[in-house]
Write a new protein. Structure first.
Length: 472
């Protein structure tokens, strides 16, 4: 029965996501099966959690999951009627088959590790606790939870995308089963590999590059086995997948000039603040990058409306917390110029701690060295707006995250850094794989004329070849 309940929960979730995907894509571009699955999961988890929160303001009990299920099935019907076209794919070569088998084995290992590993501290006491309270209260988190100072340690101010995705499973199961809730996180790893392969193909025109990068995901300990990784129930890895989708779609929109990819970017951008509080910083960076692309590619000013959905979610959540008199964590001092100027002596120690983290081989292996090589290949191509977007998306959040610790209220702020910096870097790490794929794929050519190669349209920008992301 649990298996059937999980099938129903995941089925309605994917149906809602696929319906939203068809509304956003509008048959304007072809998306591979793996891309459709990935975006259906991303939009489905966000839609279900938002619907549970919004409808929970008015109803609770059996009526709440019933209403959400009806909307999910209705969106699924819309998706079934519209359908997103899929491109024809040539038969994979032996090397691609070999890499694909490796990726499948790695995904299976991540699922196994997730099932035998308990939820981590944050997974239990920041995220799952909210799902459990809501399940015990008819699908709605009790108002007393937000205002109770004794439960401030669990960060009531954190948004509800991950807890309410877990809640959706609990509502279908009829019980709060942590083992079943753990299935969410290796699925995000699966979705991450799908996106890396898909963006690799769109960035470079070569499937094997995306498969190779997807295989390398497994060998970054911070992604697979460390604190905050894909197996411990934290929100950092799911947030990194949403950010990967956001920046990847923005790059595709920049290179292809297609509004379908821009709409996908807008949807993913709006969801960043709903995954975790840190997502607001990623939203700022991704929104600024989108504004840069709009200006640089001379798009209509109506595209600036892309900023509105994310602002609506952030403001709506802040208003809700104020109405609930939610307790705020005391990890940081007030963010103002006075505090910043009085703590400037922290800058150099913070930079030293960041550099030490980059060299932390047990946590990151050679990941940051490989990213540095990819960045080196792209430095002379900064005039390309897509390249600028990728480099900005990786480095600016790191700088902003580092500056946050200037306002740390911990007596030993470096201890604060040591406990959380690796998880903050994890949130932007998948973008590093995009940079590596794009960097190693660049080739010099003599002619600036468009080239059509193996069904992949390539456009010339100066003396460099920039793959256009529409696959035939």
């Amino acid at each position: 029965m649990n298996a059937l309940a999980l099938l129903g929960a995941f089925g309605t979730l994917l149906a809602a996501g696929y319906g939203l995907l068809t509304l956003l894509a509008r048959n304007e571009t072809q998306l591979s099966l793996t891309e459709q699955i990935a975006f259906s999961w991303i939009f489905g988890t966000a839609a279900v959690s938002l619907l549970l929160w919004i409808f929970g303001l008015f109803v609770h009990g059996v009526l709440l999951p019933g209403l959400v299920s009806i909307i999910c099935l209705s969106l699924g019907l819309v998706g079934w009627r519209r359908m997103v076209p899929r491109p024809l794919r040539p038969m994979p070569n032996p090397f691609e088959i070999f890499l694909g088998i490796i990726v499948i084995v790695e995904i299976a290992v991540v699922f196994y590790l997730s099932f035998v590993h308990n939820l981590g501290w944050d997974g239990l006491l920041n995220w799952e606790i909210k799902a459990r309270y809501a399940f015990a209260n008819g699908g709605v988190i009790p108002a007393t939870y937000f205002s109770d100072s004794g439960r401030a340690f669990s960060h009531p101010e954190y948004p509800l995308a991950i807890p309410f995705t877990e809640l959706w499973l609990y509502l279908w199961l009829g019980e709060a089963d942590q083992f079943c809730a753990k299935t969410i996180f290796p699925i995000f790893y699966l979705i991450g590999t799908f996106l890396v392969v898909a963006f690799g193909r769109r960035f470079t025109g070569k499937t094997w590059i995306g498969l190779l990068m997807a295989a390398f995901l497994f060998f970054v300990p911070q992604i697979t086995v460390e604190v905050g990784s894909a197996i411990v129930g934290y929100a950092d890895f799911p947030l990194s997948i949403f950010y990967l989708a956001t920046i990847g779609c923005l790059f595709c929109a920049t290179e292809s000039k297609k509004d379908a990819f821009f709409r996908l970017y807008v949807a993913c951008l709006a969801l960043l603040p709903w995954i975790k509080r840190d997502g607001a910083i990623l939203w700022i960076v991704a929104a600024a990058s989108g504004a840069f692309v709009i200006v640089r590619t001379k798009r209509s000013s109506r595209h600036f409306l892309a900023l509105f959905p994310g602002l609506l979610i952030m403001c709506g959540w802040r208003f809700y917390l104020a109405a609930m008199h939610a307790q705020q964590a005391a990890d940081f001092l007030p963010v103002n110029l006075e505090t910043f100027s009085s703590h400037l002596d922290r800058i150099l120690p913070l930079l030293s701690a960041l550099l030490a983290e980059f060299h932390n081989l047990p946590t990151w292996s050679l990941f940051w060295f490989v990213v540095a090589v990819g960045v080196a290949y792209l430095l002379d191509q900064m005039r390309n707006p897509g390249t600028t977007v990728l480099l900005t998306a990786l480095f600016v959040p790191i700088v902003l995250y580092l500056l946050i610790y200037v306002f740390s209220s911990w007596p030993n702020y470096l201890e604060h850094v040591g406990l959380s910096i690796s998880r903050l870097l994890l949130q932007v790490a998948p973008v590093g794989f995009l940079i590596v794929m794009l960097g190693v794929s660049r080739r010099r050519v003599k002619s600036p004329a468009p080239v059509h190669e193996r069904g992949v349209t390539c456009a010339m920008t100066g003396s460099e070849r920039t793959p256009v992301v529409e696959l035939a």
